[in-house]
Design a binder for this molecule. Structure first.
Ligand code: NAD
Length: 431
């Protein structure tokens, strides 16, 4: 329901510093850090510190008992210099205006790192979807789609699933939008069921890209994949797909976790025998001979740690416990800015989310291409093209890391910022 107090950017900025940074604070820190390394027009950086627009709507929902409740919804559109806005819709009680802005900024960088012709957006509804029946979720979604209909579209802003939403949510939005436009418009959202224009391989794509980037970084730092040990926090869509692919390719996955704790086997887990969040929610520990606590996953002496659960999990408080040599970010924003600096000083290489999990938005782009062309691709083609795009992005970031002698996060931001700044300089500011 609509809460009476909505936090503003000013509220957030006045929080004590020991609290984990908000997504917006982290996103701004990262932008300005990258801008300090390369020669980029400060006027462009000033523009990129702010979203182009943040739309806020209140959505009336008729509950199953006939009462009406109002919910708050947002869509933050950060930058569209390289193409239509693109980003997820989240249904979560902690969705807020500034979280949407911060996440929309990450989407801008992520699309630019991947050289995808999209800009960044993010949105959502302040709701716990577990409190709603399926029929209520459908009514809320369709009404939300109607409230934001004027600001989304296949050539303007293309939502996708995020926390608390999925393929069915996207199907309802596509239907609501198409009915109002009197034209079936699959390209208005991505992450749809394949039967109405979704792409094969979309669901596995973020985990697949995490696995591809993990493989590359292990090779870069001379850890043979078949000798590498890996711990994964979160065994959902991203974590399970990444862990299973790395397992298939010969790595030893010693721990995978969910909210209840971790399955642990120093000799290597059979990751396909453990159900993912989608297959059986929060059941990781019930399938393990040996379990350890959730936080203990961060303390394992492994070659590679993959945080793939939620944001802000590697913080000032636990960064000293991290034993891994390499961290590949599967979740969005798992490492706070302060923790990231400490890891960097310690020589732990962190491969950022905007590169590692960008397989999701990359296959969303493939889905949009398929929708516009009304032609479906095979799973093999999707996976082959994803591999090509990930390797191209990895190469672009690697070159910046080597040229400027910077962290992988700064390297990725330099790639993104250079491309966005060049596009802004080329288009100019009007009026
Ligand atoms: P999911 O809901 O499928 O799985 C999340 C997993 O994390 C579950 O196993 C859950 O038990 C576990 N988890 C939650 N809180 C935890 C905690 N405190 N400690 C340990 N485990 C915890 O989610 P997902 O789609 O895999 O997304 C995970 C992260 O990846 C999120 O940050 C999301 O924004 C990001 N991401 C997702 C996609 C996508 O398309 N699915 C794409 C890019 C990034």
């Amino acid at each position: 329901m609509v809460s009476e107090t909505t936090a503003t950017a000013e509220d957030t900025e006045s929080q004590p510093t020991e609290l984990p940074e908000t997504a917006l604070e982290t996103a701004r820190h990262q932008l300005n850090q990258a801008a300090s390394i390369i020669d980029v027009d400060p006027n462009v950086v000033e523009r990129l510190n702010y979203p182009a627009a943040v739309h806020e709507v209140t959505i009336p929902l008729e509950r199953d008992d006939g009462t009406v409740e109002m919910y708050q919804g947002f869509r933050a559109q950060h930058d569209s210099v390289r193409g239509p806005y693109k980003g997820g819709l989240r249904y979560h009680p902690e969705v807020s205006r500034e979280e949407c802005i911060g996440l929309s900024m990450w989407m801008t960088w992520k699309c630019a790192v991947m050289d995808i012709p999209f800009g960044g957006a993010k949105g959502g509804i302040v709701v716990d979807p577990k409190d709603l029946s399926d029929a209520e979720t459908e009514r809320l979604t369709r009404r939300f789609a109607n409230e934001i209909r004027n600001i989304i579209g296949p050539m303007t802003d293309i939502p996708a699933p995020d926390m608390g939403t999925g393929a069915q949510t996207m199907a309802w939005i596509m239907d609501a939008y198409s009915v109002q436009e009197a034209e079936t418009t699959p390209g208005v959202v991505t992450g749809k069921p394949p039967v109405i224009g979704g792409s094969k391989g979309r669901e596995e794509a973020p985990g697949r890209s995490v696995a591809i980037i993990s493989r590359e970084v292990l090779e870069y730092y001379d850890y043979p994949l078949e000798d590498a040990t890996v711990a994964v926090q979160g065994f959902g869509s991203v974590g399970a797909n990444a862990a299973r692919l790395l397992d298939d390719w010969g790595a030893t996955v010693v721990a995978v976790s969910d909210v209840n704790g971790a399955a642990y086997d120093p000799g290597g887990l059979d990751t396909r025998a453990i159900p993912s969040h989608d297959e059986e929610p929060e059941a990781v520990t019930t399938y393990a001979d040996e379990t350890i606590g959730n936080e203990a996953v961060f303390e394992l002496d492994v070659d590679l740690l993959v945080p793939a659960a939620v944001g802000n999990v590697i913080t000032e408080d636990n960064v000293a416990d991290i034993q891994a040599d390499l961290v590949v970010e599967g979740a969005n924003g798992p490492t706070t800015f302060t923790a990231d600096s400490i890891l960097d000083e310690r020589g732990v290489h962190v491969i950022p989310d905007i590169l590692a999990n960008a397989g999701g938005v990359t296959v969303s782009y493939f889905e949009w291409l398929q929708d516009i062309n009304r032609r479906a691709w095979s799973r093999e083609r999707v996976n082959e093209e994803l591999e090509t795009e990930m390797l191209a992005a990895w190469d672009a970031v690697r070159q910046e890391v080597e040229t400027h002698d910077v962290s992988w996060r700064d390297g990725a931001y330099i790639v993104a910022l250079s491309r966005i700044a060049e596009a802004h300089e080329s288009r100019g500011l009007w009026p």
